[in-house]
Design a protein around this ligand. Structure first.
Ligand SMILES: Nc1ncnc2c1ncn2[C@@H]1O[C@H](COP(=O)(O)OP(=O)(O)OP(=O)(O)O)[C@@H](O)[C@H]1O
Length: 246
């Protein structure tokens, strides 16, 4: 299976502070891939680099063997940022129509997709309310719906289920699985261990370093631990992280 995302020797600094250090990553087509790391470890920065919102200080990023940033490839990517970029004075439907038009979906397709994604995130009943009336969790779901509108081949979600209750979270994960089965590659950032458990493969980030990669079971076995949380602590341990034995 070919790699959809390939990063080589990626480094990035903000104001001379190095926040990503020599990151190498290959994500095969059709995977549900998790980027796991504590707050400030560099997950969002990495995601922004993958989708071409940020150009790394050094290193290369390729999507489907083509260098990023690429305007053409952007249309094949769905991105849900950590902060919601929505229009509060518009209704949910108007917000979706706006983004569907940006994605150049034909009118009929817009209608169909708006109905489908609203159903998925449980917002069908409030489509004609302005977002001013929405809770934080409802806005998160709205952002997720927008990222899905154009049925992207690569879906990148920065902490998509923050502020979403457990029942809906379960149904959203089920939807991720379905999309994956339909061939979508999904990258999710999280610091929630039970979500990380659901990923096919994980990359563990700590202080800008990619300290380990593998499927959840491999990571537990390699570290000789029972839980991903302990595996993370093991790989991030001072002795291990600086030996280069990753
Ligand atoms: N625009 C910016 N300017 C300066 N520093 C930044 C900027 N964005 C992020 N940083 C810093 O870069 C580091 C990595 O941040 P990043 O947001 O990528 O981490 P994260 O793992 O996504 O964190 P969280 O889980 O809290 O979102 C942090 O030290 C952060 O303070």
């Amino acid at each position: 299976m070919s790699d959809v995302v390939k990063l080589e020797n990626v480094q990035h600094s903000y104001n001379k502070k190095l926040v990503l250090k020599d990151v190498n990553l290959a994500i095969p087509e059709g995977q549900l891939f998790g980027l796991l790391g504590p707050s400030g470890s560099g997950k969002s920065t990495l995601v922004k680099i993958i989708i071409g919102l940020l150009t790394p200080g050094s290193g290369t990023v390729q999507i489907e063997d083509k260098p990023m940033p690429s305007f053409k490839l952007m249309s094949e990517i769905g991105y849900m940022a950590q902060s919601d970029a929505l229009y509060n004075e518009l209704t949910a439907r108007e917000n979706m129509q706006f983004f569907a038009a940006l994605y150049q979906l034909p009118k009929q397709k817009q209608k169909e997709r708006i109905a489908e994604v609203s159903e998925l995130v449980n917002l069908s009943d409030v489509l004609d309310q302005t977002l001013e009336t929405f809770s934080g969790g409802m806005k998160r779901r709205m952002s997720l719906a927008i990222a899905l509108l154009h049925q992207p081949k690569l879906l990148i979600l920065d902490e998509p289920t923050v502020g979403i209750d457990p029942v809906l979270r379960a149904s959203i994960w089920e939807a991720f699985r379905k999309m994956q089965q339909a061939g979508t590659t999904i990258i999710i950032t999280t610091h929630v261990m039970d979500e990380a458990e659901k990923c096919d493969n994980l990359a563990l980030l700590r202080e800008g370093y990619l300290i380990a990669q593998g499927n959840p079971e491999d990571l537990r076995v390699k570290s000789g631990t029972q839980t991903l949380e302990d595996a993370f602590l093991y790989f991030g341990g001072a002795d291990y992280a600086h030996t280069g034995n990753r």
